[in-house]
Design a protein. Structure first.
Length: 742
């Protein structure tokens, strides 16, 4: 009994001693905290100029100044949020200098991730811009940039802290400043998804689409508070270090466009509230204003010099900063907390899709490849999301990690386009050879998308000009994965068919065709499609120029069709990489109503490869008629710019066709290092081929040779060429060309 009593007394004494030690240590820590002022870092907005914040962070770490709180606006929210989540200044410097900003600020995924349906939209001469339509008004996107790629990058960068909902629980407490565009109120974002908060804070109105958080539509915080010094004071900062990278107003000589005027107006708002915030600085606060000159907010190529300017500006305040410096031991403890160790990817227990469009979530789920009970593969997830976005139905596709019932899940949020789901596109094509031969066409396309859960579409094209026409197709997927489909259609068009002898046109026909048909097919991933179907139709061939014996006539058509297409070009206007291959078989049959029985095969191939700025492209066409004797309306045409340049448009035609060309072009502008952003190319071609009526006429000696030299510009309206074409026999033509060349 005495022994147990002794042990009990000893235990009480030990606990009391331990408690006293803990209390004493706690009291010491508290006293230490009270002895050091709480430092708040305020990072202002300024676009690319905000790279200077990284230089300031480098100087702060060099002087061993610990940061207790970070408040950021716009670019300041990006740098501040990433630093608060555990990145070092060196990490941030490497990141910002390695980013391809031109690609990052482009929403569309790499073309290889677009659905084959959307790839088909690239052909023809329609511009890429979509104008939404909802009766009775047209709708525009809420920003030129939806921020798809930027949002994914921010989500990836903040993945190590994705499970943190309260920004006070980050290695350094953090706040992002945004503006409620509906009420013009400041919104202080201190919880939720960190990547989304950063994305909202830098959404420049009109440039970036707003971000919806808690039913509020948020844009760039710089509109109401570009340098949130007051917020730092409100959150308990004893001393504020504020970094102002606001762009100065530009001179009258540079206000030469509506965009420049709008930019000046926005910058005036930002400057005014920045000046108001600067008046709130106390004598103990520190203001750092890097000397960035006239650096533009959009000029990310100057990021290295901006980082250096930020470091120089902070070093100029070295005396004030050294008063905030702590011991090496204390600063090592700060860094140990701030530099969060790399975390392994989470194990995925479930995947869920949230889709607010008319589509079933199963459509997007079919494009996700996230194995359960395995570590999350972020690169694969990014590719899958690019494919979902590449369907063309969504304004933004994002993801977040969630914890539910002790399980980790990936929730993919697919938000429908605010200006959809019905769209108009317009286009213009023009060709002039400066000899009196010219043609033009204007076109429009109206597409109704997501008509049902499976993703049905109804596309209607109308065209006026040299080749007027009307085409409509209803596209109905049969599975959620959009693999199998049916597509009834109607096609009406008019075109000219010329007859030439020795370079002189002897007759000109106007061919009018009407076709009704239906296809069944299968999409082959994002790279291809196979479809087969039948057509029945009728038409007229009217003689417009020619001898009386070249009479007009009416014809009937009916044929089977099978087409296999492979499309992995990186772009259509001036492809740099990839290939396009299509094989089409047509079988005209009398039992389908045709006047003639015949079989035709047409093969189209494009292969492009690029070395640095130089691209070589091989274009080939092959056409063959195996049986029967098709009329003039079924002949293969050849001739015109990049299709035997120097010869007239469709100067050659026949039942058989062979053509190949080697096209080379050098990109003069539009690269990352170029000050001119519009891609301009200098190029030329070597071309050979012919069209033959009979197989006996086919020979190497009968091949025609031609070539061209051109300047090409990838404009918003499509590829534009100013070209010179030379063909054998002294044939020379100059071309003014707007539209696709294939």
């Amino acid at each position: 009994m005495k022994k147990r009593y002794s042990i009990f007394i000893a235990s009480l004494f030990l606990l009391a001693s331990l408690n006293h030690t803990i209390y004493a240590q706690s009291e010491t820590d508290t006293q230490t905290q009270l002895d050091r002022p709480r430092i708040g870092l305020v990072l202002g907005g300024g676009g690319a100029r905000g790279a200077a914040h990284i230089g300031v962070l480098k100087a702060l770490e060099a002087e061993q100044v610990p940061i207790d709180l970070i408040i950021g606006t716009s670019m300041g929210a990006i740098i501040g949020g990433l630093y608060a989540s555990g990145y070092s200044p060196e990490d941030l410097e490497n990141l910002i200098e390695s980013i391809d900003w031109r690609t990052l600020l482009r929403d569309a995924p790499d073309r290889k991730y677009s659905s084959f349906r959307r790839k088909q939209d690239d052909f023809g001469f329609l511009v890429k811009f979509e104008l939404g339509f909802k009766w009775p008004k047209f709708l525009l996107p809420r920003g030129f940039i939806q921020g798809q790629r930027l949002g994914l990058l921010l989500q990836q960068l903040t993945l190590p802290v994705a499970s943190i909902n309260d920004f006070d629980d980050l290695p350094i407490p953090f706040r992002a400043i945004a503006t409620d565009i509906e009420t013009d109120e400041q919104v202080i974002l201190g919880c939720g998804n960190l990547a989304q908060a950063i994305r909202a804070s830098m959404s420049v109105p009109g440039v970036f689409a707003p971000v919806e958080i808690n039913h509020r539509l948020l844009v760039d915080g710089g509109i109401v508070n570009n340098l949130p010094i007051d917020v730092a004071h409100q959150l308990g900062a004893d001393i504020v270090i504020a970094v102002d990278v606001t762009s100065p107003l530009v001179s009258q000589e540079k206000l030469t466009s509506a965009f420049a005027i709008l930019g000046q107006m926005l910058n005036t708002l930002v400057l005014n509230n920045t000046q108001q915030q600067r008046t709130l600085l106390t004598l103990d606060d520190i203001l750092i204003t890097p000397d960035l000159g006239e650096m533009l907010a959009a000029n990310f190529t100057e990021s290295p010099s901006a980082i250096h300017a930020g470091e120089i500006a902070a070093q100029a305040q070295v005396d004030a900063l050294q008063r905030l410096s702590v011991s090496s031991t204390a600063y090592d403890a700060f860094l140990a907390k701030q530099r969060q160790p790399a975390m392994p990817p989470p194990i995925v227990d479930f995947v869920r899709v949230q889709d607010d469009s008319n589509l079933s979530p199963k459509v997007a789920e079919g494009l996700l490849h996230i194995p359960l009970q395995q570590p999350l593969d972020v690169k694969q997830l990014d590719k899958d999301i690019a494919k979902i976005y590449g369907q063309g139905y969504y304004e933004q596709v994002s993801y977040r990690l969630v914890e539910e019932a002790e399980e980790t899940g990936v929730v993919v949020n697919a938000r429908k386009k605010s200006w959809g789901p019905n769209y108009f596109r317009f286009g213009l094509s023009l060709e002039d050879d400066f000899t009196g031969n010219s043609n033009y066409n204007v076109a429009t396309r109206f597409t109704m998308t997501t008509l049902n859960k499976l993703g049905a579409e109804w596309r209607t094209d109308g065209q006026l000009g040299e080749r007027p026409g009307f085409f409509t197709e209803f596209y109905q997927p049969l599975t959620y994965e959009s693999r199998f489909f049916v597509a009834p259609q109607l096609d009406y068009n008019k075109r000219n068919v010329g007859v030439f002898e020795d370079g002189n046109q002897t007759a000109d026909y106007r061919v009018t065709t009407t076709l009704i048909g239906a296809d069944v097919g299968k999409e082959l991933g994002t790279w291809g499609e196979f479809r087969t179907g039948l057509r029945h139709g009728w038409g007229d061939v009217d003689l417009r120029v020619g001898e009386p014996q070249d009479e007009s006539y009416h014809f009937n058509s009916g044929f089977l069709l099978a087409k296999l297409t492979y499309d992995q070009l990186d772009q259509v206007s001036f492809p740099h990489h990839g290939s396009y291959n299509a094989v089409t078989w047509t079988g005209s049959r009398g039992w389908l109503g045709a006047d003639h029985d015949f079989d035709q095969l047409f093969v189209r191939s494009i292969i492009a490869r690029t070395w640095w700025r130089t691209t070589l492209r091989v274009d080939s066409k092959l056409g063959a008629t195996f049986a029967g004797d098709p009329a003039v309306e079924n002949n293969f045409p050849l001739g015109g710019f990049l299709n035997l340049s120097g010869f007239s448009l469709d100067e050659f035609s026949g039942q058989h066709l062979g053509f190949t060309s080697l096209i080379g072009y050098y990109q003069l502008t539009g690269t990352n290092s170029s000050s001119i952003k519009i891609p301009i190319y200098l190029g030329g071609s070597i071309e050979t081929g012919n069209a033959w009526q009979d197989t006996d006429d086919i020979s190497v000696d009968s091949l025609r040779w031609a070539g061209s030299a051109f300047i090409g510009i990838d404009t918003l309206l499509g590829p534009f060429y100013l070209a010179y074409g030379h063909a054998e026999g002294g044939r020379d033509l100059f071309y003014l060309f707007l539209g696709r060349t294939f």
